[in-house]
Design a protein around this ligand. Structure first.
Ligand SMILES: [Zn+2]
Length: 77
């Protein structure tokens, strides 16, 4: 099977490939949308960290574990 090189990113694609991984369309010769990158028109705001939504119980548990480790290290000296 013949291969064709993408003029956009120089990636060698199989001759049966319609679009390159970078989104270049061999059929139309234009740069289409990338296959696996972020969706166009979807800003996807990632400004909501879940750390602030942690249950208080988990925070207390973490504090207890940290304190236990500190005490253990202190006693070892
Ligand atoms: Zn390409």
């Amino acid at each position: 099977m013949a291969t064709k090189r993408c003029p956009n990113c120089n990636l060698v694609n199989p001759g049966s490939g319609v679009t390159c991984d970078c989104g270049y369309s061999f059929s139309s010769g234009t740069l289409g949308r990338p296959l696996d990158l972020s969706k166009p028109g979807d800003p996807a705001p990632m400004t909501a960290p879940h750390a602030s939504n942690l249950p208080v119980r988990v925070l207390i548990w973490l504090l207890v574990v940290a304190a236990a480790v500190v005490i253990k290290v202190a006693l070892r000296r």
